[in-house]
Design a binder for this molecule. Structure first.
Ligand code: AMP
Length: 281
């Protein structure tokens, strides 16, 4: 397993792989890898001859008051994990390698990017689409792997791939959780022990919503109300949104029947966490 820092080196390696007839899987990440990322790598290794994991804390997807500087990083641990799972290379460019000062091109999926997380994070998805398009062009993967934990991101990337004819298959991967139910996230490291206890309310409220839906409850407002009560009942929590949406349009739905996603964004202390369940999970 090698760590590659430049676009030209990745292109050279990919060229050799292609010559040998190998298929390529890509797992885009911001590093500080955990078992959630690991499950994406495992699926890529299983279904492709070669796997590239990108580790890039992408400045373009952070707003001015977000955690770009303090985002956790540990490339030694990341490389051990990727090597142990059979990944072939980590692509870890510096920001200057990815973005020339003269860059003038943006990639924006209109509509979908302005909803849900796009309201509090207005530049986020344009930054994600920009870096993911660049990674697709650099690595030219047959398959790319995205976690359903970032459900809105998954929907937006699919739309971008469809609209721009990227020749890559997007593979959704189930949310990996801690034993206590908390969805794994690199940002969980920001939580104190007390905040972690409060953060469990996200999955607990989703589980309760799931049980309501399976026992026949269809009214979105009622389910949202129940989730809101559970989360508001724990210390340190501040809800950004609780929504039940159509999985294609991300528009609110009133009646929960099919093609729905229940999505949450909640601040626990200063840390903003997201979680969800969908028909795909
Ligand atoms: P990040 O490093 O946070 O940008 O995440 C990189 C990829 O890993 C994204 O496709 C995420 O959706 C995915 N991911 C992050 N956390 C999890 C998790 N707990 N379960 C499954 N996938 C995840």
């Amino acid at each position: 397993m090698e760590i590659i820092k430049t676009v030209s080196e990745v292109r050279d390696i990919v060229k050799k792989w292609r010559k040998a007839g190998h298929s390529i899987g890509l797992v885009p990440t911001m590093g500080y890898l955990h078992a959630g990322h690991g499950s994406l790598v495992e699926q890529s290794v299983k279904n492709n001859d070669k796997t590239v994991v990108s580790v890039f804390v992408n400045p373009a997807q952070f707003g001015p008051n977000e955690d770009l500087e303090k985002y956790p990083r540990d490339i030694k641990r990341d490389s051990e994990l990727v090597a142990s799972l059979g990944g072939d290379i980590i692509f870890k460019p510096e920001p200057e390698e990815m973005y020339k000062k003269s860059n003038a091109t943006t990639v924006k999926v209109e509509g979908l990017s302005q909803k849900l997380c796009g309201i509090t994070r207005p530049v986020h998805f344009a930054g994600v689409c920009q870096v993911v398009s660049k990674l697709f062009n650099i690595v030219t993967p047959d398959n790319a792997y995205f976690g359903l934990k970032d459900f809105q991101q998954y929907v937006i990337i699919n739309k971008m791939v469809e609209d721009l004819n990227f020749p890559v298959k997007i593979n959704p991967c189930a949310i990996v959780r801690d034993k206590n139910g908390l969805a794994l996230s690199s940002r969980n490291v920001y939580l104190t022990d007390e905040e972690t206890k409060s953060a469990l309310s996200l999955n607990q409220s989703l589980q309760y919503a799931k049980s309501l839906i399976s026992s026949g409850e269809k009214k979105a407002f009622f389910i949202i109300d129940e989730i809101t009560k559970i989360i508001n009942n724990v210390p340190y929590s501040k809800i950004d949104y609780v929504k039940i949406v159509d999985i294609d349009t991300l528009d609110d739905i009133d009646i929960v029947e099919k093609k729905y996603a229940v999505l949450l964004a909640v601040y626990i202390g200063k840390t903003r966490l997201i979680d969800n369940f969908t028909e795909l999970s």
